[in-house]
Design a protein around this ligand. Structure first.
Ligand code: ASP
Length: 439
């Protein structure tokens, strides 16, 4: 049994958190490869080291004094080193960083130092090898992650190392310069290492006990999801559920390596298991509920629309020409509605309306704004009668008017559109019917 363990910023924000992480790693022999993030917030209102680095580098680029800001960052690391009682000095590393910032070597280099330095501390603390991600994670000339080269080099390097720390978030370009993934990208490094080391499990340790069935800011103390498939996760993440980086499942989705989201502050909790497929029946009909606010709808009406070949295409072309992406498109016999992000649509609204008039000469166009979309997701809904009935009766009882319904043909999700001001009420009503009362 072999595991990759990735720890997020809040799990490594202080010496106290590092000690919890050390205990977790030492509790299981098989936790052989460790991917750390940079130190995150120690308390609400604190600043993540990554953000401090961006700030500090920004000052260097603007030719402002940055030495003081760099000292503040050094102090964050020294606090951890002292708290752990390590015999380690990062003075030389900071001298190099200072010089490179002075040369304006690059914003990605600057951000990556957060993970790099934390990796050095972690390797020293655990007595593991340190592998610089710049030597084993690669991007191509266009800045895209080079999966083939990375897997080739990294798997060979890991074979030589029984136990190692590989910092998350960055790699190198063909010219040797440093490049990072998008924010939260250490999750991706964890997946990449999991694939290269052919591990049995990728544990992703954070500060929550897995994915919750609904957003805890809306539903008090929601239950955690025990097991979720990649597809369900994709639906929920797309609709705003954020625990794991959206792209983190891609490197391992064809490898059969499950991801287990765990809580560093509650290691006894089982967390959420993310898998390709599972026979495990979900506890509830639904796996999760997620939603987003801020949509607008454009409803186009024209008599005999259904017999006009190419009508939808011409309408969609107008959106494409204006660079607006479409979320949903429910239609009737003589009407079609297009749902879009309000913020993207607002500034181009009149151009789009004119474009539609020219393209299809509709009888009328109606606009509605301030809409929210809620996705009810679950493999347990497939071939199960009455799920949509329960959704609509729950919403009706909560006095929520449903503006739109869309069920994916995979029967994995049902999306409902409601007004923004009904959004939270609707989510609570859905959680109540499927999880609490289970009627
Ligand atoms: N430290 C980086 C960030 O704050 C990457 C990560 O934590 O995954 O986004």
């Amino acid at each position: 049994m072999k595991k990759v363990v990735k720890f997020g910023g809040s799990s490594l924000a202080s010496a106290e958190q590092f000690k919890k992480v050390g205990d977790i790693i030492r509790a299981e022999e098989c936790r052989r490869y460790v991917v750390p993030s940079a130190p995150g917030k120690r308390f609400s209102g604190d600043t993540k080291v990554t953000d401090m680095l961006y700030q500090c580098y920004g000052a260097a680029v603007r030719e402002k004094k940055f030495a003081g800001l760099l000292e503040d960052i050094k102090a964050r690391y020294n606090e951890i080193i002292e708290g752990l009682g390590l015999d380690l000095s990062l003075e030389k590393e900071f001298a190099i960083i200072k010089e490179n910032f002075g040369k304006k070597i690059g914003r990605d280099y600057a951000a990556s130092r957060g993970e790099y330095l934390n990796g050095i501390i972690m390797a020293n603390y655990l007595g593991y090898d340190f592998i610089d991600a710049a030597d084993v994670v690669f991007f191509d000339e266009n800045g895209y992650f080079d999966e083939v080269k990375t897997n080739d080099v990294l798997s060979k390097r890991l074979e030589e190392s029984e136990r190692a720390v590989i910092p998350g978030f960055y790699g190198s370009m063909p010219d040797g310069s440093i490049k990072t993934f998008s924010r939260g990208g250490s999750d991706l490094t964890g997946s990449i290492v999991a694939k290269a080391a052919k591990v049995d499990m990728y544990e992703n340790w954070t500060d929550v006990s897995g994915f919750m069935i609904a957003d805890p800011r809306i539903v008090p103390n929601p239950k955690a999801i025990e097991a979720i498939t990649y597809k369900e996760l994709r639906e929920l993440s797309y609709m705003g559920a954020t625990v794991l980086h959206e792209d983190a499942i891609f490197p391992i989705r064809k490898e059969g390596i499950p991801i287990n989201i765990r809580n560093t502050n509650a290691p006894e909790d089982k967390g959420t298991l993310i898998v390709e497929a599972t026979c495990r029946h979900p506890k509830y009909v639904i796996t999760g509920i997620a939603g987003k606010q801020g949509f607008a709808s454009i409803t186009i009406e024209k008599a005999m629309m259904n017999s006009e070949i190419g009508f939808c295409r011409k309408v969609l072309q107008v959106f494409e020409d204006n660079g607006i992406s479409i979320e949903h498109m429910p239609s009737g016999i003589d009407t079609m509605t297009v749902l879009v992000h309000q913020s993207e649509f607002e500034e181009k609204e009149q151009k789009v309306l004119a474009g539609i008039h020219q393209a299809v000469q509709p009888d009328s166009i109606e606009l509605e704004s301030d809409l929210a979309l809620i996705a009810i997701v679950g493999r347990g809904m497939r071939s199960k009668r009455g799920t949509s009935g329960r959704i609509f009766s729950a919403l009706a009882h909560a006095h929520v008017n449903v503006k739109m319904i869309d069920q994916g043909s995979s029967e994995l999700n049902i999306v409902v559109g409601v007004r923004n001001h009904d959004f939270e009420n609707a989510i609570r009503a859905l959680y109540d019917i499927f999880v609490i009362t289970k009627i």
